[in-house]
Design a protein around this ligand. Structure first.
Ligand SMILES: N[C@@H](CCC(=O)N[C@@H](CS)C(=O)NCC(=O)O)C(=O)O
Length: 216
C-alpha cells in the first residue's frame, strides 16, 4: 500500500489513522513546491492534483474521508462503522458538516497562518479573516454544544469523524482561530492530541520522490 502525502491537514488525517491502526504502508512524500501534485503521473492517480492519494493493488483512492473509511475496513476498525448503518449515518453527518461548513470557515485561518509560512507562499494576510470570525464562532457554538459531555464527535468513541473535523482546527492557536470561548471544543482537541498518532502523524525522514517515479 502506498500513501502519497504532503505536510498538510487532509493527508494528516490519513497518516494519523495509518499510524494509529498500525497499518503497514509506504509513505511517498510529494514535493508540492516542485509541482509534484501536477506531474502527469500523479495526476493519473488523482486528477484533482491534491493529496492524499492511496494506492493499494488495483485500488486507487482519493478524498481523505474515503481513504480513512477504506483503511478502517481493511484493518477491521470500527473507527468507520462498516457494519452499523445507523452509526454510519452519525459519522457521515459530521464528515459532511466538516466539508461543507467547518473546513470552509476554519481553513482560511489555517492557510494564512500555517500553510503560507510553511510553504513560503507569501506574507500572512489577516484582512480577509476578520470577516469570517462570526461564521467560525457560529459553527464552533454548534460543535461546542454537541461536545458538551462527550469525548468524541460521533458514536460515543473515536471515529474518522474526529480526525476529519480535528485536522484543520488542531493548530487553532497558531492559526488564530477564535476558539477561546468554546471549552468543549478545546477539551476535545486536547484529547485528540493525547493520541500519539494524532499528535505526531508525520512519517520519519520523508523520502523525496523523483517526479518520474510517482506512479511506480
Ligand atoms: N477533500 C480533499 C482535499 C484534498 C486537498 O485539498 N489537499 C490539499 C492539502 S490539505 C492539497 O493537496 N493542496 C495542494 C494544492 O491544492 O495544490 C481530501 O480530503 O482529501
Amino acid at each position: 500500500m502506498k500513501i502519497y502525502w504532503i505536510k498538510t491537514q487532509a493527508p494528516r488525517r490519513v497518516l494519523a489513522l495509518v499510524k494509529h491502526l498500525g497499518i503497514k504502508a509506504d509513505f511517498i512524500h510529494v514535493d508540492l513546491k516542485a509541482g509534484g501534485l501536477k506531474h502527469p503521473d500523479y495526476a493519473a492517480l488523482n486528477p484533482n492534483c491534491k493529496a492524499p492519494t492511496l494506492v493499494d493493488g488495483d485500488t486507487v483512492l482519493w478524498e481523505s474521508s474515503a481513504i480513512m473509511a477504506y483503511l478502517c475496513i481493511k484493518a477491521g476498525s470500527d473507527m468507520w462503522p462498516a457494519h452499523n448503518p445507523m452509526e454510519q449515518v452519525d459519522v457521515l453527518r459530521w464528515l459532511s458538516w466538516n466539508d461543507n461548513h467547518w473546513l470552509r470557515a476554519v481553513g482560511p485561518f489555517y492557510f494564512e497562518h500555517v500553510i503560507k509560512p510553511q510553504f513560503h507562499f507569501g506574507e500572512t494576510d489577516r484582512s480577509q479573516l476578520a470577516a469570517m470570525i462570526p461564521t467560525v464562532k457560529t459553527l464552533a457554538a454548534v460543535l461546542d454544544h454537541h461536545l458538551d459531555g462527550k469525548a468524541f464527535v460521533a458514536c460515543g468513541r473515536l471515529t474518522i469523524a474526529d480526525f476529519q473535523l480535528g485536522s484543520m482546527a488542531c493548530d487553532w492557536q497558531q492559526s488564530e482561530v477564535p476558539l477561546e470561548d468554546f471549552p468543549h471544543v478545546r477539551r476535545w482537541l486536547d484529547g485528540l492530541m493525547r493520541i500519539p498518532a494524532w499528535a505526531d502523524p508525520w512519517p520519519v525522514s520523508p523520502r523525496e520522490t523523483p517526479l518520474a517515479a510517482l506512479a511506480e
